[in-house]
Design a protein around this ligand. Structure first.
Ligand code: TAP
Length: 487
């Protein structure tokens, strides 16, 4: 598929295609479950197909885990907890985590190409963000494994046991690393379920884990749909549930886990405000706005999906933003020039289209740069809605796509009130030259992460998580260790 520039013909540079080769990856025709250190066929006998969302080409057939498979995986994790992994001193666990981190680095290109094929994200993002950050999470947590007594969580914090972990499709490998690395560093064993539409990099990670010779059962990776996730989090043999996904499913899990004594962390949706004041460096802010909402096609829980512009600079910022968006290139995720890749699934595309239609019906003004979408696959152009009011559906609901809702404000107090007018509370951005205003705003915004004069920056040492309907518990940093320890 050719890359398609969204720029106006005749006014832009023509880029030659620069496709990353997919030769580096060997995709098997069929994948089984990774249980007790081996790939085993599912007891259900069923498989489902995972697609390349950029072309709708079937990539592989993947096992559907059922009740008996979940039982087996949890039992194997229990045995590893009681007899092998759970008995290892931290300094030994660290060696395995370093091994995994180094193997991810060694196989980085393979992971990046596979992630872009299965997810639809541009190769420059999987190559420069997802894969290096996944390795960084294993390195960071390897460093903690023998120092847990110094984490401020008591002199001898104990692991919880078996962790049941369910992750979404937007950062498949990275979310697997966010879940597995802290759980393993703290001495727990794991059963992980990746999302149905993006199981392949988790299965490649299973291969890495087998090669790193972790004791069998320490990590089990079971693929399947929502019913597999529900079966895993509801399993009586699980001590800790860690879920990243939608608020709707998060609420169901919270209800299912209530009263069981299982420990729970939920990383859910968001509707973040990215707030630009009139003294902000406009060009930098425009880059931050683009990165905030168009990174990973807007499939980002902490995306800056509500842009709050101070009225005096609103027209100037919007004008520059539109000019910048006209230079973004949408198309083949494996092309190194591509900025915007494919939407992950037909279902997600339908959701985006429905919410965008609601935005138009409610009277907001829709704009996209001139943009030719590829004929096959799931695509949506970068879209900006101006004239949005707080009551509009597109200002309240998470779209999880490349769609920005622009609102305005006059005073810092009004900016805070509008930014906080959401049931979520995951992240926010502030753009201003004034340090005192950054600190004042950061203290008033009800969001787990607040970025100042930047956006979408992640580091394994920095805790990430939400308030309200964005969930509870933190991942990363010292706070992330606490979620896996009986401290
Ligand atoms: P969900 O539909 O919630 O799916 C997430 C995971 O849960 C998938 O593996 C899914 O399996 C599984 N699942 C579905 N129903 C389940 C149930 N009843 N019990 C247990 N597991 C179940 O979300 P999604 O569409 O994949 O991801 C998008 C959402 O995730 C967005 O709202 C986004 O904001 C949020 N998200 C949050 C964060 C953080 S850190 N807060 C990070 C990334 C994404 P299937 O794939 O088979 O449906």
């Amino acid at each position: 598929m050719a890359s398609v520039s969204t720029t106006t013909p005749g006014t832009d540079w023509e880029y030659a295609p620069a496709p990353e080769s997919r030769e580096i990856v060997t995709i098997q025709r069929e994948y089984n479950l990774f249980v007790d250190g081996q790939f085993v066929p599912p007891a259900t006998g069923e498989h489902f197909t995972t697609l390349n969302p950029a072309s709708e080409e079937p990539l592989a057939s993947v096992a559907q885990a059922g009740e008996a498979d979940i039982d087996k995986a949890v039992a194997s994790a229990r045995t590893a907890y009681e007899t092998s992994w759970g008995q290892l001193p931290g300094r030994e666990r660290a060696k395995y985590l370093y091994r995994i981190a180094r193997a991810i680095q060694e196989r980085a290109r393979e992971f990046a190409v596979l992630e872009s094929l299965d997810n639809g994200k541009p190769i420059k993002e999987s190559r420069d963000v997802d894969v290096p950050l996944a390795a960084a999470h294993f390195f960071y947590h390897a460093g903690w494994a023998d120092k847990l007594g110094y984490a401020g969580l008591g002199p001898d914090p104990r692991p919880l046991g078996v962790a049941g972990q369910v992750i979404p499709w937007n950062f498949p490998l990275l979310m697997a690393a966010w879940k597995l690395a802290p759980a393993l560093a703290t001495g727990n064993t794991c059963v992980l379920k990746p999302a149905e539409t993006t199981p392949l990099t988790a299965l490649l990670l299973a291969e890495v884990i087998a090669e790193a010779e972790l004791p069998p059962g320490t990590v089990n990776i079971i693929t399947g749909d929502g019913s597999t996730g529900a079966g895993l989090v509801g399993h009586p043999g699980v001590n800790k549930v860690a879920f990243t996904g939608s608020t709707e499913v998060g609420k169901q899990i919270q209800a299912a886990v209530a009263g069981t004594g299982k420990r729970l962390t939920l990383e859910l949706g968001g509707k973040a405000a990215n707030v630009v004041f009139d003294d902000a460096p406009i060009d930098q802010a425009v880059e931050g706005i683009v990165n905030g909402i168009f990174f990973n096609q807007g499939h980002v829980c902490c995306a800056g999906s509500r842009l709050l512009l101070q009225e005096s600079v609103a027209d100037a910022v919007l004008d520059r933003l539109k000019r910048r968006l006209a230079t973004l290139r949408l198309g083949d995720p494996l092309d190194k020039n591509t900025d915007i890749g494919a939407i992950n699934s037909r279902q997600q595309l339908d959701k985006i289209e429905g919410l965008v239609a609601a935005g138009e019906a409610e009277g907001a003004q829709r704009w996209s740069p001139p943009c030719r979408l590829p004929a096959k696959g799931y695509w949506f152009p970068p879209t900006v809605f101006s004239g949005v009011s707080q009551s509009h559906k597109i200002a309240r609901e998470e779209i999880f796509g490349p769609v920005l809702a622009v609102l305005t404000f006059r005073t810092p107090e009004e900016a805070v009130a509008k930014a906080n007018n959401t049931p979520y509370g995951l992240s926010a951005g502030i753009w201003t030259e004034k340090g005192s205003r950054i600190l004042w705003m950061a203290g008033k915004l009800r969001a787990g992460v607040v970025w100042a004069n930047t956006y979408n920056r992640f580091d394994p040492a920095s805790p990430f998580g939400g308030y309200q309907e964005s969930g509870f518990g933190r991942e990363g940093g010292r706070a992330g260790l606490a979620a896996y320890l009986d401290a």
